[in-house]
Design a protein around this ligand. Sequence first.
Ligand code: ADP
Length: 200
Amino acid sequence: MTEKNIVWSESNISSEEREKALGQKGCVVWLTGLSGSGKSTIARELEKMLFEKGRTAYILDGDNVRHGLCSDLKFSDADREENIRRVSELAALFADAGLITITAFISPFTADRRKARKLLSDGRFFEVFVDAPFELCRERDPKGLYKKAASGEITSFTGIDSRYEKPLNAELVLETGILSVRAAAENIICLLIERGIWGK
Ligand code: ADP
């Protein structure tokens, strides 16, 4: 709820000035997919490749924000919604600061991803579905979470006893069972260039 006595404080620097200084437009690359689908791995590769190209990018990662900003939240539907709400607001601020903001969150619910998109102006939000079959994610199990979910040690785990709503209108779908990490990151970079986030 917006408090009626709080007003938005305008910066003395315009978005255009900021973008000119950075040589890029602020935006959000929103990676969504099952645990183990490859979001964090691709985010790190993408950030590194952008850095090498002289771009300014930063990752907001699911596990990292749950250590701090969202450490009070668990994995119920309501807490997942609140987790994504906070991250969406943060991502929009980072994009306003001119950064190519890469988010790596399961973000299983369509409605929450839609709200995240709405915080950005048109053409500044790129939903990227990191698509790997459930079986493959369970096999990879990079954090041992599928094993824990199978033994009942953790509950409300996406794909097992909590739902994942596949994106239907993502700007990009990356099939990580087929694509290499590098190719996945390159695909995102092509999309950003194509959409004019920076000049060639
Ligand atoms: P998430 O962030 O979606 O939970 P992670 O990136 O933590 O997933 O883990 C994905 C795992 O799958 C890593 O161990 C990574 O090395 C592996 N992997 C294999 N092939 C790919 C690929 N093409 N893209 C991304 N990750 C891959």
